[in-house]
Design a protein around this ligand. Structure first.
Ligand code: ATP
Ligand code: MG
Length: 284
C-alpha cells in the first residue's frame, strides 16, 4: 500500500542490499511526505540498513532513492541532500574528549554553517532543546549514557534539517526526555525513525512501516496496524490453548491472539496486538 501525499520527501524504489548470504534488504519500496514515519521490525529486519541508505551513508546494490526530490547516487545532488539532512546512527560514535558544545558546533561546521555567531546560538538552542544546557561545556566522557544519546540527537538536529533520519532515537532516554523528544520531533518536517518502542509509534507517527527479513510487510497508519488484530484479541482468566499467542497482563488476566472461541470476551486491539499478529503471520 502506498500512502498518498502531496510532495514526497522520500521515494524509495526496490532497494536491495546483500551481505554475503544475508539479504539485508530484499526489494524495499515506499514513498512518504512530511511528518513522522516510524519503522518497526525485529532485530536484523533491515531497518538500520535502510536508514543508512536514506542518510546517504550506504549505497544500495540495486534500486533507487529520491530524497527531498534529489538523487543521492549523483555526487552533486548527494551534497545538497547532506546539507539538508540530519542523521542519528544506531551507535553514535562521539568524540569523548569534546564537550557537547564543541561537538555540535563541529557538526554545524561540517554542514557548512560559516557564521560563527549563528553557529553559537544554534548550538546552544539544540543543546537546550534536549535538556543539556547545564552540561554543554563538560567533557562528553563524563556524561551518562542517556545524556550522550541526547548529544547525538542535538548533533542530528542542528540547523533544523528538512529530513531527519533517526535510528532508535529514544534509546536510553528517561521518560521525561522521551516526552521531550516527542514534542521536538512533532515540530520537525520529515522524520524517518526506527524504534522497538511501539507506543512511541502510536504517540508520534503519522505512518508506520513494518519490516521483516529485508521486506516491508505493512504500510499504513498506526490505527491500521492495530486494526490488523481487530476481532482477534480476547481476554480470559485462564490461558486458552487455542490462541496463537497468549500472555499474562499486569492485572493477572490472559490476553489471547487468534480466532476467538464462541462467547469469548473480545477486546479492542492495541498497536502491540497488531504488530504481534503481523509477526505471527510472518513466521507461520
Ligand atoms: N556491515 C554488515 N556486514 C554484514 N552483515 C550485515 C552488515 N550490516 C547488517 N548486516 C546484516 O543485515 C541484516 C539487517 O541488519 P540491520 O542492522 O539493518 O537490522 P535492524 O533491523 O537494524 O536490526 P536491529 O533491530 O537489531 O537494530 C542482519 O542480518 C545483519 O546481520
Ligand atoms: Mg538497527
Amino acid at each position: 500500500m502506498t500512502i498518498l501525499t502531496s510532495v514526497a520527501s522520500l521515494e524509495i524504489d526496490e532497494l536491495t542490499k546483500t551481505y554475503g548470504r544475508t539479504k539485508a534488504l530484499d526489494g524495499v519500496s515506499f514513498s512518504a511526505g512530511r511528518g513522522v514515519i516510524g519503522l518497526l521490525g525485529p532485530n536484523g529486519a533491515g531497518k538500520t540498513t535502510l536508514l543508512r541508505m536514506v542518510a546517504t551513508v550506504l549505497a544500495p546494490d540495486s534500486g533507487s532513492l529520491r530524497l527531498l526530490g534529489l538523487d543521492p547516487a549523483d555526487p552533486a545532488q548527494r551534497i545538497d541532500i547532506r546539507r539538508r539532512l540530519g542523521y542519528l546512527p544506531q551507535s553514535p560514535g562521539l568524540y569523548a574528549g569534546f564537550t557537547p558544545f564543541d561537538l555540535v558546533d563541529y557538526v554545524a561546521v561540517l554542514k557548512e554553517h560559516t557564521d560563527r555567531d549563528w553557529r553559537r546560538d544554534e548550538t546552544r538552542r539544540v543543546l537546550e532543546s534536549v535538556g543539556l544546557a547545564d552540561v554543554m561545556h563538560q567533557k562528553i566522557r563524563r556524561l551518562s549514557g542517556g545524556m550522550k544519546q541526547r548529544v547525538a540527537l542535538a548533533a542530528a538536529m542542528v540547523g533544523s534539517p528538512d529530513l531527519l533520519v533517526l535510528d532508535e532515537p529514544a534509546n536510553g532516554l528517561d521518560p521525561d526526555q522521551r516526552l521531550q523528544l516527542r514534542s521536538l520531533l512533532s515540530q520537525s518536517s520529515t522524520v524517518l525513525m526506527s524504534t522497538h518502542n511501539i507506543s512511541e509509534v502510536g504517540a508520534l507517527c503519522q505512518s508506520v512501516y513494518v519490516m521483516f527479513s529485508g521486506r516491508v510487510r505493512f504500510a499504513g497508519t498506526p490505527a491500521e496496524l492495530a486494526g490488523l488484530a481487530a476481532g482477534r484479541v480476547w481476554e480470559d482468566d485462564s490461558q486458552d490453548p487455542r490462541a496463537i499467542r497468549s500472555w499474562m497482563t499486569a492485572t493477572g488476566a490472559f490476553r489471547h491472539l487468534g480466532e476467538p472461541p464462541a462467547g469469548a470476551q473480545v477486546v479492542d486491539p492495541t498497536l502491540d496486538d497488531g504488530y504481534l499478529f503481523l509477526a505471527r503471520q510472518e513466521h507461520r
